[in-house]
Design a protein around this ligand. Structure first.
Ligand code: ADP
Ligand code: MG
Length: 325
């Protein structure tokens, strides 16, 4: 029996995620009705994944459901916003019950973990395209923005860098780490942990924040540009996982860790006066957080290599990078 648009919504998307009491009306009417708490600003972000561009036809639908929500949640995390609601626009070449079941389960699992309710969407036929909009809130005036970095701020990053980049190399067959390391890296690519609690905890500590989606050089570059600042990072301080360390030298080492995307860690800048508070707060985190450098007045991004020489990076990360000094 062919699934109608109505069947798809009813079976795969209604009532699958959290049930929140700030939802006056969820899926089923012309609009959802949502209650934003008094004194809060609504934080909204949207991301689209297109087959052939952001993922291959071989991608697991459960991973796609997870990741489509994850990349948007990561934007809320980077603003210090608390996730609340999501909407989903799904364009499908055909209504495949197996695909829909797995996709919906991957989506719902992450949604429930972060107490997100799916409150609406749109379902259409066409080339496979997944758009997720997330809505969260943050006390007015307290969102973590890109433009707040100050001279002398310490640059920190959560978790590990480069694992998603490593996973792509593994999939292309360029490196062959142990089975355990392979599994860990692929999991980081397909199911990146999203630093929502960390973002909330950092709200009153960090001066600026961004999530690392395009690679640290590029994303920290956005902070530097928006803040009118520069920075120096220490290659030796970059947090690399055991999996990455086991084969990293074969695929670019710290250069890859600085430029590869899809890690969804948070990069923050913290004033030295709040370092103690930061370390106290970190104790409650599920992930590590590492100091990697300092914000400076001098524009541009510099990296002190392990041998002590200095590399100047441009926003793509490579320009002056290979030949200099
Ligand atoms: P309309 O014609 O008013 O746009 P639709 O028939 O597109 O309504 O959708 C009916 C209801 O189902 C709406 O509440 C809509 O938000 C919801 N909906 C449609 N597609 C999805 C989806 N993929 N995920 C969640 N809710 C959806
Ligand atoms: Mg519609």
């Amino acid at each position: 029996m062919a699934l109608s648009e109505f069947d798809i919504i009813k079976h795969y998307f209604s009532g699958t995620t959290s049930a929140r009491d700030d939802v006056a009306l969820g899926i089923g009417d012309d609009c959802a009705l949502l209650k934003v708490p008094a004194g809060m600003a609504l934080a909204v972000s949207i991301d689209t994944l297109v087959e052939g561009i952001h993922f291959t036809p071989a991608a697991e639908p459960a991973d796609l459901g997870y990741k489509a929500l994850a990349v948007s949640l990561s934007d809320l995390a980077a603003m210090g916003a608390e996730p609340a609601w999501a909407t989903l626009a799904l364009t499908l070449p055909r209504p495949d019950p197996e695909w829909l079941g797995a996709f919906s389960a991957g989506f719902a699992r992450l949604a429930r973990r972060h107490r997100v309710q799916l409150v609406g969407g749109d379902t259409t036929r066409g080339p496979l395209t997944i758009t997720v909009q997330v809505h969260g809130y943050v006390p007015e005036g307290r969102a973590l923005r890109r433009g707040g970095a100050q001279e002398g701020d310490l640059v920190y990053v959560t978790g590990h860098l480069g694992d998603a980049g490593l996973a792509l190399h593994i999939l292309h067959g360029t490196v062959h780490p142990s089975a355990t390391h392979r599994r860990a890296a692929l999991r980081r690519l397909h199911r990146p942990p999203i630093r929502v609690q960390e973002g909330l905890a950092l709200r009153d500590i960090a001066n600026a924040a961004i999530d690392v989606s395009d690679g640290l050089v590029s994303d920290l570059g956005h902070i530097l540009e928006a803040s009118g600042m520069g920075a120096t990072l220490h290659a030796d301080e970059l947090p690399l996982s055991e999996a990455f360390r086991s084969v990293g030298e074969q695929i670019g080492g710290w250069e890859l860790a600085l430029t590869a995307g899809d890690d969804y860690e948070l990069c923050i800048t913290v004033p030295a006066s709040k370092e103690w508070e930061l370390h106290k707060t970190i104790a409650g985190f599920s992930c590590s957080i590492s100091w990697i450098g300092r914000i400076e007045k001098q524009p541009g991004l510099r990296v002190i290599r392990p041998d002590g020489s200095i590399a100047s990076m441009d926003h793509q990360g490579y320009d002056h990078f290979r030949g200099s000094e």
